[in-house]
Design a protein around this ligand. Structure first.
Ligand code: PAF
Length: 277
C-alpha cells in the first residue's frame, strides 16, 4: 500500500494507472475510518482494478471552528485498517498541499441544494465540500467514486458537481451502515458516551415512525408529532424535514417517494440521518 502526500505524486500515479488501462475506484474520506467506510472500500475493490482512499479533514467544509478542532484524527489506525485490503492506496495531503496560497476555484451554483437543510444550518459547508471533491476528482482521476447515503444531501451535491464539470466519473451511492441498535455509523460517534449513544437512537426511532406513518396520516401531523418527540428527548433538534429526494425541497403532502432527513445535537456532537420512504 502506498501513501501519497502531494498532489503531484498522487496524480502521476493515477495517470500511470490510466495509461496502463487500470480502472481507479475512489473513496473520499475525512479519516477516523469505521466499518461503514470499510464497506465502501470493499465495494470499490470489487468493482475496480485499484482503489484510492483519500484521508483529509477538509477545513473549508467546517462552519464551526470547534467542530473542526474536535474532529477525530486517527491516521495511523486508519492506515492499519486499510492494510487489510489489496490494491488500496492512500492520498493523505496536508492542508497547505490542498489549499496552496494562490488557490482559487470558481464556485459552482448549488441551486436549492445550497439553501435547504444542511446548507441552511451549515453555511458554506457544501461550498467547501465542492472545492475539495472537485480537486480530488482532478487529482485522483477515478472511474467510480463511492459516497454513503447517510450524507444524502452531500450525495446530491456531488452528483450535481459531476454533471456540472462533466467529470467522466460514475458516482456510486452506498447504503448507510448502522450499529446493531440502528445508530447510523459516523466518525462523530467516537465522541459520544455510551449514554449519549443510547439517547441518539431517537433519530432512527423517529425516522422509522415517519416511514410507518407515510401515506396513512397527513404529512404535517406526522411531522409535527415527530418533532415534538425529539424536542422532549435529550437531543436538540436542528431540523426534521420530509423532502423530495431529488430537489430536497420540503413537502406538504406525501408523494410516491420522499426522504426524511434529520439533524440534531447530542451534547456537543451533531448527528444526521435519513430514510427514504
Ligand atoms: O463525507 C465526507 O467525509 C466528506 O464530506 C468528503 C466527501 C470526504 C469531502 O471532504
Amino acid at each position: 500500500m502506498q501513501t501519497f502526500v502531494t498532489r503531484n505524486e498522487m496524480n502521476n500515479w493515477s495517470r500511470q494507472q490510466q495509461a496502463e488501462g487500470r480502472s481507479i475506484g475512489f473513496v473520499p474520506t475525512m479519516g477516523a475510518l469505521h466499518y461503514g467506510h470499510l464497506t465502501l472500500v470493499q465495494q470499490a475493490c470489487a468493482e475496480n482494478d485499484v482503489v484510492v482512499v483519500s484521508i483529509f479533514v477538509n477545513p473549508k467544509q467546517f462552519n464551526n471552528p470547534s467542530d473542526l478542532a474536535a474532529y477525530p484524527r486517527t491516521l495511523e489506525q486508519d492506515l492499519e485498517k486499510l492494510h487489510a485490503f489489496k490494491n488500496v492506496h492512500v492520498f493523505a495531503p496536508s492542508v497547505d498541499e490542498m489549499y496552496p496560497e494562490n488557490f482559487i476555484l470558481e464556485p459552482m451554483p448549488l441551486g436549492t441544494l445550497g439553501e435547504v437543510m444542511e446548507a441552511k444550518f451549515r453555511p458554506g459547508h457544501f461550498e467547501g465540500v465542492v472545492q475539495v471533491v472537485h480537486q480530488l476528482f482532478k487529482i485522483v482521476l477515478p472511474q467510480r467514486a463511492y459516497f454513503g447515503k447517510k450524507d444524502f444531501q452531500q450525495l446530491a451535491v456531488i452528483q450535481k458537481l459531476t454533471r456540472f464539470y462533466q467529470f467522466p466519473i460514475q458516482i456510486i451511492p452506498c447504503e448507510t451502515c448502522r450499529e446493531n441498535d440502528g445508530l447510523a455509523m459516523s466518525s462523530r460517534n467516537l465522541r459520544l458516551t455510551e449514554a449519549q449513544k443510547k439517547a441518539s437512537l431517537i433519530l432512527i426511532a423517529v425516522l422509522n415512525e415517519l416511514k410507518n406513518a407515510a401515506h396513512k396520516r397527513p404529512l404535517n401531523d406526522v411531522l409535527h408529532e415527530a418533532k415534538q418527540k425529539v424536542a422532549s428527548s435529550e437531543l436538540r433538534l436542528e431540523y426534521l424535514e420530509i423532502a423530495d429526494p431529488e430537489t430536497l425541497i420540503s413537502l406538504n403532502e406525501w408523494q410516491a417517494e420522499q426522504v426524511c432527513c434529520i439533524a440534531a445535537y447530542c451534547g456537543e456532537v451533531r448527528l444526521i440521518d435519513n430514510m427514504l420512504c
